[in-house]
Write a protein that binds this ligand. Structure first.
Ligand code: 5GP
Length: 255
């Protein structure tokens, strides 16, 4: 096995120093957590599927002109990405009421919101990722006004684009979380989409049955968790059905 320097280990991914300066290798784990680590488990094959799903969606987003950190997929569980300075915010977009907004505002789950709502959360596990205002973001220099304008513009375009793309495969995009970073080039920083886009950080519902095809199956003990991730990959036609069985349990040794 090649030796390389680990930069960071998160709940679902490990970051390693990349082969060229300014690059990072993102390794996707099967580990799953919910409630800020209160619930822990493993979703067999999740890392392999999220690597592929995120590759596909990031590539499509790049194709519509939104810069992303994605460079290329390296193998079953790893992708090469640009090293960016992560903006310490989680940007959530909601089209339909679900999850924390249902509790916060007493809404009925499944009700379409009057328009897509954009929320900001501070990335801070100790504080449980609190909801924050744009005024906090600029006052504490987490991001500038110009950066936030760009982030919100990109986020709403991504929402429109992904909603359409997913509708075409029978999936309703309920909500999702994005992270952005600053990519430095020629001494100028550019906002780029970072992290991942997968059933770990999106809510996907089947358009016909309303069945949940995302991490809520794990969070809420609904069963058929692996199957839900596989179903998303199958619908996006990024994993031929014949390959689904063979990815189960594939670890780094088998790459
Ligand atoms: P909620 O605020 O309703 O819990 O989450 C809204 C959306 O953002 C959901 O699609 C959820 O998956 C995603 N999300 C929010 N916070 C996190 C987080 O800390 N990690 C991940 N993976 N997704 C999150």
């Amino acid at each position: 096995m090649t030796r390389r320097r680990q930069i960071y280990e998160g709940k679902a991914k490990i970051l390693y120093e990349g082969p060229e300066p300014g690059t990072i290798v993102q390794y996707f784990k099967d580990d799953a957590t919910a409630g800020n680590g209160a619930k822990k488990g493993t979703i067999t094959g999740k890392g392999v599927l999220n690597n592929r799903i995120s590759e596909y969606l990031m590539t499509q987003i790049e194709d519509i002109g939104i810069p992303t950190h994605f460079i290329r997929r390296l193998n079953m569980r790893e992708q090469l990405v640009k090293a960016v300075e992560i903006i310490p915010l989680e940007i959530v977009v909601r089209n339909v009421a679900a999850g924390s907004i249902v509790k916060r505002l007493g809404l009925e789950e499944g009700v379409r919101l009057p328009r897509p709502l954009v929320e900001y959360y501070l990335k801070n596990d100790e504080l449980n990722d609190p909801l924050v205002l744009e005024d906090y973001i600029t006052a504490f220099n987490w991001a500038t006004v110009q950066e936030m304008d760009e982030i919100v513009t990109y986020t709403l375009r991504i929402n429109d684009f992904l909603s359409g793309l997913l509708l075409g495969v029978g999936i309703k995009l309920i909500d999702f979380k994005l992270e952005f970073g600053r990519y430095w080039k020629d001494e100028e920083s550019h906002i780029v989409l970072a992290d991942e886009i997968s059933p770990d950080n999106c809510r996907f519902w089947d358009i016909e049955s309303g069945e949940k095809l995302d991490k809520d199956r794990f969070r809420r003990d609904l069963g058929k968790v692996e199957e839900a991730y596989q179903e998303v990959a199958r619908r996006l036609k990024i994993l031929p059905e014949s390959n689904v069985e063979s990815i189960k349990g594939k670890g780094p040794e088998s790459i």
